[in-house]
Design a protein around this ligand. Structure first.
Ligand code: AMP
Length: 114
């Protein structure tokens, strides 16, 4: 049982601004956007982080990245560029322990991150 806020979104217990969904993944707008476009892509499967993904999840991980690109395209980011990020663990800045990819764009992004 996944008891994160993303698990609640997946179960329909918390509302979210969905921009994409399929059999394996959903994407919704971040509640506290760090860029004009800030969408989170998450698997329906409860995986804590990229570090917790197993060899059997390889196809799912590829699918999630394809969804990131699809969402970015639908949000009009493909031409100007965008960033896909996944934070892992405490020092990686992860705050919700259900694997998610941030799709950020709509402004010039800085590098390196803080
Ligand atoms: P991270 O810090 O990498 O774990 O990212 C978690 C992200 O989830 C943050 O950017 C939060 O703003 C976002 N977030 C937390 N709760 C919600 C929610 N209920 N709906 C949408 N985004 C959320």
């Amino acid at each position: 049982m996944n008891d994160t806020v993303f698990g609640k979104i997946l179960r329909g217990e918390v509302s979210a601004d969905l921009v994409y969904e399929d059999e394996h993944a959903i994407a919704f707008r971040d509640i506290s956007p760090k860029a004009p476009v800030h969408v989170l892509v998450i698997p329906r499967k409860a995986i804590v982080s990229l570090s917790h993904a197993m060899a059997e999840d390889a196809e799912l991980l590829g699918h999630l990245l394809r969804v990131c690109a699809k969402v970015a395209d639908a949000e009009g980011l493909s031409e100007g560029g965008y960033r896909v990020v996944t934070n892992i663990g405490e020092e990686g800045g992860q705050s919700v322990f259900h694997l998610h990819f941030h799709v950020l764009g709509g402004r010039a992004l800085q590098w390196p991150p803080g």
